[in-house]
Design a binder for this molecule. Structure first.
Ligand SMILES: [Fe+2]
Length: 363
């Protein structure tokens, strides 16, 4: 028994924003949510504003989203959207602007305290959201999730709202073709982790499994480019599509402890999200190998590799971590990561199990 729900319309191809301007007619006033400069540099912001001008939709830009946005940052974005009379939100960027867009869409129409968003304690439906990813990894363009940083709690927390599935996702490989190679690698590894964690966790369904293996197969086809840095628009389009498929996997099945443990590496050491996951995923596979060995073999095969060992070598090749860790730091991370919801893990999570994964990965 399972259900499958994925309400986002996905439009894919070169110049897909300019060629589908009428799809932006979700209201009279849009708030565009971006980081400081990447949406502009890759051409996505220009394409979107041209499309809005073409169909006579007015807009304002909220460009204050930093990496790993805090709840407060999204809350002020919500005030901005409300003060500017937004009818809908357009998130352009990597996971940070897209995740923030979802929270902004909630805050814009609900007078709540910032932290109330995590209880689902709001009455009004969020504003409609359009997502334009400029990295290929997060999959946020097709999920109802928003991951926000909690400064006081020293970690990140997920808020989920079915109405936060973006209405439309525009995927154009032109937006990611000039990404710095390490960003392209980190984000591709994040997409792989979405597929692997979704495939191995106990909320996986027949539908999410099918999509997870296809995600891994597509990323496997892009490995030569990820290794060499020789990206073309078609390769980038394939990676973007794969990342969206990975997003669909987690929209059905969720992630598991690789993500909840990785958040600490990002919070305390500023390690990019995808890299943090990639540093932990090999030891995670060792940890759950006794209960899902067959599925792990299919993961490895789908990527086009022959063993878990080869997969770990691939992670080492793609990721460059220079941070050093101590036992004390690991104990501090464990205190936080053991507070996360762990029910979806493929086997019972114990503090010793997580300690082992951290130690094998970081020391
Ligand atoms: Fe992720």
């Amino acid at each position: 028994m399972f259900s499958y729900y994925m309400p986002t319309r996905i439009l894919v191809g070169e110049n897909v924003v300019r060629n589908n301007a009428s799809a932006f007619a979700l209201g009279r006033k849009a708030i565009i949510v971006t980081g400081r400069s990447s949406a502009q540099k890759c051409g996505a912001l220009n394409d979107v504003t041209d499309a809005l001008n073409k169909i006579g939709v007015s807009y304002d830009v909220y460009d204050k989203i930093e990496n790993n946005p805090t709840v407060e940052c999204a809350y002020y974005g919500g005030r901005f959207a409300k003060d500017h009379g937004a009818d809908f939100i357009i998130g352009i960027g990597g996971g940070s602007p897209m995740d923030a867009s979802k929270a902004i869409a909630v805050y814009a129409v609900n007078d709540i305290e910032p932290m109330q968003i995590f209880d689902g304690n709001f009455v009004n439906k969020p504003l409609p959201i359009i997502a334009v990813p400029t990295t290929a990894g997060t999959g946020s363009e097709v999920t109802p999730y928003s991951i926000l940083t909690l400064t006081k709690e020293q970690t990140k927390r997920n808020f989920t709202c079915e109405d936060c599935f973006p209405k439309i996702a525009f995927l154009d490989g032109r937006y990611t073709v000039k990404l710095p190679i390490q960003v392209a690698r980190n984000t591709a590894v994040d997409a792989m982790c979405h597929a692997i964690e979704g495939y191995l966790n106990n909320r996986a369904t027949a539908a999410s499994d099918y999509i997870a293996l296809e995600t891994l197969r597509l990323i496997g086809e892009c490995l030569p480019a990820l290794k060499s840095g020789d990206f073309s628009v078609p390769i980038c389009e394939k990676l973007l599509f794969a990342a969206s498929l990975g997003g669909i996997v987690i929209s059905q099945a969720g992630t598991t402890i690789v993500h909840s443990m990785g958040y600490q590496l990002t919070f305390f050491k500023d390690i990019p999200h995808g890299m943090a996951n990639g540093m932990l995923i090999g030891a995670f596979l060792d940890w759950c190998g006794d209960v899902c060995g067959e599925k792990i073999a299919r993961v490895v095969e789908a990527i086009g590799l022959s063993s878990v060992c080869e997969f770990k070598e691939l992670m080492k090749k793609l990721l460059v971590n220079e941070s050093l860790f101590t036992d004390e730091e690991i104990e501090a991370y464990l205190k936080i990561s053991m507070n996360a919801k762990l029910a979806s893990a493929p086997k019972t999570v114990t503090i010793d199990g997580e300690r082992d994964i951290y130690r094998k990965s970081l020391l």
